[in-house]
Design a protein around this ligand. Sequence first.
Ligand SMILES: [Zn+2]
Length: 491
Amino acid sequence: MIRLISGIVVFALIVTAAAWLADRPGDVAIEWLGYRIDTTVGVLGAAVLILGASITLLYMLWRGLIGAPGAWFGSRSESRKRRGYRALSLGMVAVAAGDADEAQRQARRAESMLDDPPLTMLLSAQAAQLTGDKDAARRYFTAMLENPETAFLGVRGLLMQATRENNAPEALRLAEQAHRMKPTTPWVVQSLFDMQARAGQWLAAQETLQEALRNKVVPVERGRTLKAILLVERSRQAEARGKNGEATQFAREAFLTEPSRIPVAQRYGERLIADNDHKRVRKILERAWALHPHPDLAQLYLAASGNTDPLKRVQALQELTSERPDDVESHIVLAREALEARLWGQARRHLVAAGGDNPPARICRLMADLEESEFGDGERVRLWLTRATAAPIDRHWRCQPCGMVTERWQSVCPNCGAFGTIDWRSPPPGYSGILSLEDGITAEEMKAITVEKPPVATTMPVPVNGNGAAKKEDDKPLPPPVLPQRIDPLA
Ligand SMILES: [Zn+2]
């Protein structure tokens, strides 16, 4: 509308100017190169206007002819790019949906339409992974290493592929490479640390941990625990190499770092016994028992006391457990030793105190031993052993992330490979146990044992004494075990 109005205004102005000039024709004479032209001002003005318009028109025509191919190619390339990015987004959606064929089709389209931006390579690699073409995925990830923008993604892809293929040395090499690129990225630090620990590279793992603590990638408290466990392993390694002094030094450092961990106290105790430092071993085990009691610590304590007389051994354990007399572990070790010393009443008192109304299997078996030793009562022994098979699950060594139960403590979980996650724990509510790889039984057999329990004998003789028999569990309730998780950056 505005254009129309301005057009009319301009036209009106031109007509007015022409009329004004027509009324005042005037004369113009031009003499040039021997020619003479006589005309009016209006004609001259019109001639100048026509000449200017013709030159402008010719110039525009010329520009149009020169620029046409460029503009045509430009719009074509824009459209290609648009289609390329659309293929890229559709490919990403297909990867997320797990549609391998579609992902690969879109990856090929994106690749042909876009000039190797990082995302097309990533999509192609992911599509190749989805179709199970490991070689192609490896090729794409390796190609990504060439470009600084995509190098880290490439290393990550290769690392995950090596982890899936259980190629531990290659995974460790790639984790080191990723760590050099991004030393503060949490998953990189965690992967490198776990791989070094799995490879038994305790010193390297400790260095990684120190750096992680400096960069605040690992919480301080967790860092202390991990450091202590690494030192336990370094102590074992030094001992295996015959470097006993070093072995004791590492064990001591571990205990000073984190005395509440059972394996840490146990390692230091073992080293002190090996060094014949019996006085100190008793002191550190008493301290450890007060923090976190465990039967293995009691065995070391008895070994350090050197007593073979059963009564003196009971006395020694009373000293050990004096800080935690009501803990289940204190009752159990005292009951066991009292049984050896034929102190039936004392043994029974401890078992009742530890077992409560629903004693775990360890206590049921000790009760069977007691009935056998004290009365030779076969029927009661049989009832207690039957009850043991249906008893609630006892404290055990269990990996926190994957729920794997192991017979002995290990620094690296044999199931999920995590380091420093196995602890002596009470079963979480509703826990029915997870197959231990060491047991060598099938998952079905395990299920039969743990889920379909035999019925509890209702006529079970439960000894009662006056002081009540509440079972005390000082461990906090734990979340139910979860399935092992795999780190997958591309998922
Ligand atoms: Zn685990």
